[in-house]
Design a protein around this ligand. Structure first.
Ligand code: PLP
Length: 523
């Protein structure tokens, strides 16, 4: 494949194709090679003294003899390269980022300021406990908020992401079943067909068999089908609420009663907690455990301060199995109960090195405290309001997947594109030309050609109106029946157009090699 394939072609303006440029750049769309392709042998950004000769080979003959193959560049070249690369990214700080399920909300700068305080940012996880009392108090205070907001008695803070929290919660359920002597018999985990892929993956990774539960016409769990699937073999249900269709599971209390009556546990996927914070406490709905994606609900989304953190709130029955480390308060001081330490329970082991994602704990606590209880409630109400605004403004030109109001996400199917020759993918690619990151596509799987829009509470109304205007104009063009070719050619204005994503997934080229690098990069 030619390296230039997929690159933006001549832009037609006033009938004349734009001329090719000498550099291949198009104004600020700069062609950026890999740093390895830019490097020159022998060039270096720093001036290091020759290492002294060592007398003995302390590596038992394994000392590297050849070049390591690092790219050789000067400091300004490195700075310019990475600055140009950073400008190719669409980011939460650039505009509307409607990626449903991911909660790409604004990351308040106060979070970043606090996370960089020297007393927090410069901590080392191996510092003596007597020197990190403030950090432990911070974790304990965040834990208090998470327990209060969810109405749950305990929380395991260490999981590093939502999926890791799922693993933690399901391991606690497995440990509780083991303690009751039911682990061997209860091998099935129920998951709605609309579930995020991590739910069945978590259950399968722990050796459970996953049984899908269909959705009803209203996009909620089919209660009859759920009841029919419950039995002495069921360990748990993994259910997201609000669910991945952006809808509140209105029969959730019946669901949790039925699950408990069958002797199983209710794992709630809390990735959508941002829609109900301050309004609903999952503990009141009969949830046994739930992970909270701090990086969704409490800001700092991917690319906005990340990484993630996935604390898991636990019921009294599951709390004893929370993994090490435990933060334990004794009077006015805190200790860390590490592996093997005596605690009031039977920890299931350890899931992560050290004590959790300290930077994310700090950001989440800064977010929570700067909003206050009333502000958190307002944020979730505004997230729901924004999604319903988008839904109401688009429902005459696009097809809502379900009737009625939504929670924090507006879900459309591809019904409005029927017979137009335009697919969900084409529609999303055309959004790139309008300057937007596309919404989540083809998820949840229960909706044909799904388009899941999560505007969050952090966009101004004018910006949402512009976004809505762009989608309305695309929908009208797509349904005019004359624009299929146009849509198939989108994006036109991006540095690259349609790449061969199938080939990239099937035959990924993950390693740059000095020879043939250009050819390989394109293969
Ligand atoms: C994001 C998400 C997850 C996984 O969380 P990560 O932090 O990305 O591991 C699980 N379930 C749902 C519904 C999600 O939206």
């Amino acid at each position: 494949m030619d390296r230039s394939q997929g690159r933006t072609g001549g832009i037609v303006s006033g009938g004349n194709p734009a001329p090719a440029t000498f550099t291949g750049n198009r104004a600020l769309q700069i062609e950026e090679p890999l740093i390895f392709e830019m490097g020159q042998p022998g060039r270096c950004g720093v001036d290091l003294p020759e290492p002294p000769p060592t007398r003995n080979d302390r590596l038992n003959g394994l000392r590297r003899l050849g070049e390591i193959g690092l790219p050789g560049l000067s400091e300004p070249q490195v700075v310019q390269h990475y600055t140009r690369l950073s400008q190719k990214n669409y980011a939460i700080d650039m505009g509307v980022y409607p990626l449903g399920s991911c909660t790409m909300k604004h990351n308040p700068r106060i979070n970043e300021k606090v996370a960089r305080f020297a007393g927090i940012g410069d901590l080392h996880p191996l510092q003596p406990v007597s020197t990190v009392q403030g950090a432990l108090e911070l974790i304990d205070r965040l834990a208090h908020w998470l327990k209060t907001l969810t109405g749950m008695p305990a929380v395991a803070m260490s999981p590093a992401a939502g999926a890791h929290g799922e693993m933690c919660g399901m391991m606690a359920i497995a440990a509780a079943l083991e303690a009751k002597g039911e682990r061997a018999q209860r091998r099935t985990v129920l998951a709605p067909e609309s579930a995020h892929g991590t739910n069945p993956a978590t259950a399968a990774a722990l050796g459970f068999t996953v049984k899908p539960i269909p959705a009803n016409e209203a996009g909620r769990v089919d209660l009859g089908a759920l009841k029919a699937a419950l039995g002495p073999d069921v360990a748990a249900i993994m259910l997201t609420n609000p669910n991945t269709c952006g809808l509140f599971e209105s029969e959730i209390v019946e669901i949790s009663s039925a699950v408990h009556a069958a002797g199983a546990y209710f794992y709630c996927d809390g990735a959508n907690f941002n829609a109900i914070v301050g309004r609903v406490r999952p503990g009141d709905l009969g949830v046994d455990c739930m992970h909270i994606n701090l990086h969704k609900t409490f800001s700092t989304p991917h690319g906005g301060g990340g990484p993630g953190a996935g604390p898991v709130v636990l019921s009294a029955a599951l709390a004893p199995y929370a993994p090490y480390p435990w933060i334990v308060k004794n009077g006015d001081s805190w200790t860390i109960a590490e592996d093997g330490a005596r605690v009031d329970g039977q920890p299931l082991g350890r899931l992560k090195a050290f004590h959790g994602q300290m930077g994310m704990f700090t950001r989440a606590l800064a977010y929570i405290m700067s909003h206050g209880a009333d502000g958190l409630k307002q944020a979730s109400e505004d997230a729901v309001l924004s999604a319903n605004y988008v839904m109401a403004a688009l429902k005459d030109v696009m097809t809502p997947a379900f009737d009625g109001p939504c929670m924090h996400e507006a879900l459309f199917d591809d019904g409005f594109l029927k017979d137009t020759g335009v697919s969900t993918l084409d529609f999303a690619k055309a959004m790139i030309d309008e300057g937007y990151h596309p919404m989540t596509m083809y998820f949840p799987l229960v909706v044909h050609g799904a388009m899941l829009i999560e505007p969050t509470e952090s966009q101004a109304k004018e910006d949402l109106d512009l976004f809505i205007g762009a989608l309305r104009s695309l929908a009208e063009r797509a349904t005019s029946g004359k624009a299929a070719e146009d849509f198939k050619a989108a994006p036109r204005f991006a540095p690259r157009r349609r790449l061969d994503e199938t080939l990239a997934a099937r035959k990924p080229v993950l390693r740059w090699r000095p020879s043939n690098s250009f050819k390989q990069a394109a293969e």
